[in-house]
Write a protein that binds this ligand. Structure first.
Ligand SMILES: C[S@@+](CC[C@H](N)C(=O)[O-])C[C@H]1O[C@@H](n2cnc3c(N)ncnc32)[C@H](O)[C@@H]1O
Length: 234
């Protein structure tokens, strides 16, 4: 199983027994505390889902944990939910959700071969067994009765009505839009559907520096995307 290797200022994913080249020297990976050949101390332990996502391969733009967290908060995700995730991309949204669904499942659809392969590799590393990854256009969606559909792709005008149809009454849509233009497009489609509890949000996380002087950091992630929420009425 993959482990996280944590140094003072660096972090890696590696397998037990592996010889790992770090910025602070070479280490032989084994559980517990290990020293590099330069004498720097590392902790080798079980990775959190955040450790994995920090280090997994990224192809297309991914949904970051801060944005996934608000999807969980707004929809009130429960451990047994059946979730649709599309497009899979690098599998970040699917992995984040599947980790919170010990009794549930994520059905993730990706039409692009390269993205599908990246996602498959990432899901294997995350060792999650509750993701059904389909290399298929989501317009050929097979399943229904979803509790939640997370949509993150360009052709939202075609996919959103299909995902909506596949939701249970009371099920949630969470649609990720990187730009205001995309957000407006989503809102226009939502207007035609029988929905309740709709909202659109942006998550801004502002980190602070607290050494020497106290003030917001000048560097960091500024904008990621907007998320539209809506609940199927009928
Ligand atoms: C921005 S990425 C998704 C990122 C993903 N949510 C994550 O967190 O890693 C969009 C993906 O949707 C896929 N896609 C676009 N249209 C699709 C469709 N109709 N069916 C399935 N996948 C589609 C693209 O190939 C691309 O990989």
């Amino acid at each position: 199983m993959v482990k996280v290797v944590i140094g003072e200022k660096e972090k890696y994913l590696a397998e037990v027994g592996e010889k790992l080249n770090t910025a602070s020297g070479i280490i032989k990976v084994k559980k517990g505390f290990v020293k590099s050949h330069k004498g720097k101390k590392f902790l080798v332990t079980e990775p959190s889902i955040k450790d994995l996502l920090d280090k997994l391969k990224r192809g297309a733009q991914v949904i970051l944990p801060k944005d996934m967290a608000i999807i969980v908060a707004y929809t009130g995700l429960r451990p047994w939910w059946k979730v649709l995730d599309t497009g899979t991309g690098s599998g970040f949204s699917a992995i984040f959700l599947a980790n919170l669904l010990p009794l549930g499942k994520v059905y993730s659809y990706e039409k692009d071969e390269k993205a599908y392969r990246t996602a498959r590799e990432n899901i294997q590393k995350a060792e999650l067994k509750n993701i059904v990854l389909r290399k298929q256009d989501v317009k050929q969606l097979k399943e229904k009765n979803f509790d939640l559909a997370v949509i993150d792709l360009e052709e939202v005008e075609k996919v959103l009505p299909i995902a909506f149809k596949a939701l249970k009454p009371g099920g949630w849509l969470a649609v990720y839009s990187p730009t205001v233009d995309e957000l407006l497009k989503v809102q226009k489609i939502l207007k035609k559907l029988k929905i309740v509890e709709s909202s659109a949000v942006e998550v801004i996380v502002r980190e602070w520096q607290y050494e020497k002087t106290l003030r917001p950091k000048t560097k960091g992630i500024m904008h990621t995307g907007f998320i539209s929420f809506a609940r199927k009425f009928e």
